[in-house]
Design a protein around this ligand. Sequence first.
Ligand SMILES: *[C@@H]1O[C@H](CO)[C@@H](O)[C@H](O)[C@H]1NC(C)=O
Ligand SMILES: *[C@@H]1O[C@H](CO)[C@@H](O)[C@H](O)[C@H]1NC(C)=O
Ligand SMILES: *[C@@H]1O[C@H](CO)[C@@H](O)[C@H](O)[C@H]1NC(C)=O
Ligand SMILES: *[C@@H]1O[C@H](CO)[C@@H](O)[C@H](O)[C@H]1NC(C)=O
Ligand SMILES: *[C@@H]1O[C@H](CO)[C@@H](O)[C@H](O)[C@H]1NC(C)=O
Ligand SMILES: *[C@@H]1O[C@H](CO)[C@@H](O)[C@H](O)[C@H]1NC(C)=O
Length: 453
Amino acid sequence: MAILLVLFSLLITTPTAPVRVAAASSSAVFFTPQDNFLIGCGSGKAATHSDGRIFITDQNSGKYFSSHGRDIMVSVPSANVPSPIYLSARIFIEEATFTFPMTRPGWHWIRLHFFPLTNNEFDLQNAKFTVTTDTLVLLREFSIKDNNNTNGWFFNEFLVNVTTERLSIKFSPVKGGPAFINAIEVVSAPDILITDTGSTLFPVGQFNGLSTQSYQTMYRLNVGGPELTSQNDTLGRTWALDGQYQAHKELGKNVLVAPTVIKYPEGGSPLIAPQSVYASAVEMGSANVASPNFNVTWNLDIDLAYQYLIRLHFCDIISKSLNDLYFNVYINGKTAISGIDLSTLTGGLATAFYKDFVVNSSMVSSPLSIQIGPWTQGTGAINALLNGLEVLKMNNSVGSLDGEFSVDGKSANGVNKGTVAAVGFAMMFGAFVGLGAMAVKWQKRPQDWEEEE
Ligand SMILES: *[C@@H]1O[C@H](CO)[C@@H](O)[C@H](O)[C@H]1NC(C)=O
Ligand SMILES: *[C@@H]1O[C@H](CO)[C@@H](O)[C@H](O)[C@H]1NC(C)=O
Ligand SMILES: *[C@@H]1O[C@H](CO)[C@@H](O)[C@H](O)[C@H]1NC(C)=O
Ligand SMILES: *[C@@H]1O[C@H](CO)[C@@H](O)[C@H](O)[C@H]1NC(C)=O
Ligand SMILES: *[C@@H]1O[C@H](CO)[C@@H](O)[C@H](O)[C@H]1NC(C)=O
Ligand SMILES: *[C@@H]1O[C@H](CO)[C@@H](O)[C@H](O)[C@H]1NC(C)=O
């Protein structure tokens, strides 16, 4: 029976990455990014981020910068922010571009840090602007005020596969308003971070081409564990708490083990997610009562105009023996993984595993719902767990992560932005011509028109 179960779980998880036999490699892995641009804006002094990385001054980053506009720097001596990189900003009233030379093609993080500093000249809270690369829209007519952010400071994170010798980041103020930026990161990320293939759901299949998409991080959650900041992740990622997204918090129970016990299978790496992500999980809350039968659910709001890469992180930190935990995973009510047995997939307990799914509006609705629940056909423990969850927005068909228009104004719906204006103008013109024709007709009406009535 056990063998059958193993075979079964192998079969049903075939779209997964190849099964890797465990070879307990572990712990601290360092990654040295070949490209590593950390730009602090608006300050005469280099700023040391909370994770120890040093952001260079405008003066030292001047060779990457170009703008015809006035150079405006603002700073405050202190504020309720987690890092000095938020204490100063550079303001643009004309287009401004940073152009970075790339030494290695491949994945790069682009992180844009914002904190609308109070100053006498500009109301940064009401700033609205567009940020693009040469080929990709990162933020379109982005309004700081509408960002619903409670802290005041925030950053947007993008992951792009750069294949050109230069990467430009252009800030374009929306007419009349200022654009601004507090700090910019353009940093190499390892190749293994995203491979080319993911799984699709309904129908179950393979999605190829992940390596040429661009991504924006929407959610990255350390499920059941503490918040992790860029200090806790070699790649400078942050992992937020998951509690607020759990539909019924009482159904889930946090479990924690020492991060040092977490192993990575051969081919796996702490660069995918650090040990602290796998060392915590949410399991079924009352798993020990007689025949518990429920799911633990996370709900995440998404914009259905885009596709998403959903990365689920698992690590069996609750079983006492191999092949004792089989569970189901659902995405928006449909089975994503049936009877997953982590010990078979990874060759051991406390061993990291992740799986990528690609979804779009034909498969999911908003909120995106991730559920874990027991696989009741088995003889093992009735339980389920989830350790980490990432949701990355993928660019649309015109290369935008924000809105339907491309960098050069083409629309995802096949209409050009210029065309829209032209069509509008043509219609208006048509209307005028029509009116004119009517007027002409009116004037040329037969003299006896009134009598004809
Ligand atoms: C901000 O919150 C409002 C109301 O809760 C919502 O309508 C809006 O879509 C949110 N904006 C963003 C950018 O999330
Ligand atoms: C980036 O994209 C190119 C094709 O445009 C591809 O050859 C390369 O493998 C990708 N890089 C990574 C790290 O996936
Ligand atoms: C994150 O890093 C900070 C600084 O090194 C450390 O104090 C904290 O304990 C770490 N948190 C976790 C959850 O590892
Ligand atoms: C868990 O959720 C799935 C999909 O929403 C549903 O089909 C299944 O019956 C649920 N399981 C339990 C035990 O409630
Ligand atoms: C959603 O993805 C599926 C499979 O990749 C694809 O066939 C379909 O055209 C996509 N639908 C939309 C609306 O993008
Ligand atoms: C995202 O952009 C890439 C090119 O950079 C393109 O190949 C891909 O088709 C785009 N994604 C979608 C969903 O259209």
